[in-house]
Design a protein around this ligand. Structure first.
Ligand SMILES: Nc1ncnc2c1ncn2[C@@H]1O[C@H](COP(=O)(O)OP(=O)(O)OP(=O)(O)O)[C@@H](O)[C@H]1O
Ligand SMILES: [Mg+2]
Length: 249
């Protein structure tokens, strides 16, 4: 099983939109996928209509490793299951602090899923926290959506510096442009002359588009309702191809 995290220190940059669309596209391409919503906001769980299961941190710590499977609920889509956010919100922090070594706790929690899924997608909250350390250890690939603005690039640089400082593998970190609006001159400039921080970026550029925002109205990934030639959907499909190649899926 490969693990893909959608992370950025900055909020509202399209992490959840990418996590939901990439998880759906993976499953639609016959890659059995588990999306773990690590953000207490629960947006990814909401898009997939996932209700949390009743299971305490104590159950998880005392039970056999497979106890974690009790947290999984099906999504409305083939080959795609979900660990809804409520669990993360209530218990994850406790669990992560109790399992040794502390940075490898999430990796250990993911282990029992390895036989059932080919891909785990982690939708992360915007932070550089203990949870982020666990995500950076567990993930094979950390995809970072970056809006083509200076503040968003600065957040990427902060994550890159943190990787270096804390000794995480910098090769895991791959940014991509998100919510790009070519009508804006700054966005155009940064797309045409990407700064150094974007050197290892995926080529796919997710455009700023009302069709993406409609995910909230439809409570579904874009591929379910958008026309197949929609530019934002095509951009997510291109991103999926690059991500699956990077993960050798
Ligand atoms: N490409 C896009 N074009 C237009 N709107 C978008 C796009 N991507 C995301 N959005 C909208 O922007 C808002 C934030 O997106 P999203 O929830 O994916 O960001 P996030 O990085 O996960 O935020 P948070 O840090 O709060 O978890 C949502 O309302 C979403 O519908
Ligand atoms: Mg989010």
């Amino acid at each position: 099983m490969k693990t893909l995290a959608l992370h950025n220190l900055k909020g509202g940059v399209g992490k959840t939109a990418a996590a939901v669309n990439l998880a759906y596209l993976a499953a639609a391409n016959d890659v059995r996928t588990l999306l773990w919503d690590l953000d207490p906001q629960g947006a990814a769980s909401w898009y997939f209509h996932g209700e949390p299961q009743d299971c305490t941190a104590k159950d998880l710590l005392r039970g056999p490793p497979s106890t974690i499977s009790r947290l999984v609920v099906p999504s409305p889509y083939r080959q795609l299951d979900l660990v809804p956010a409520d669990f993360s919100y209530r218990y994850l922090d406790i669990l992560l602090r109790k399992i040794e070594p502390p940075r490898a706790a999430l990796q250990r929690l993911l282990k029992p899923f390895a036989g059932q899924y080919r891909l785990a997608v982690l939708d992360c909250p915007p932070s550089l926290s203990h949870l982020a350390d666990n995500v950076f250890s567990a993930a094979d690939l950390v995809a970072v959506p970056v809006v083509p603005t200076f503040l968003s690039l600065r957040a990427l640089e902060q994550v890159q510096a943190y990787f270096q400082q804390e000794g995480f593998d910098a090769k895991k970190l791959r940014p991509f442009y998100s919510m790009a609006d070519r009508r804006r001159s700054l966005h155009r400039e940064l797309l045409e002359r990407p700064p150094r921080a974007m050197a290892r970026a995926f080529k796919a550029v997710i455009p700023y588009a009302a069709m993406v925002e409609r995910m909230g109205e439809r409570r579904a990934p874009m591929a379910v309702y958008a026309p197949s030639e929609d530019p934002a959907l095509l951009a997510y499909a291109e991103l999926w191809l690059e991500v699956s190649a990077a993960l050798a899926l």
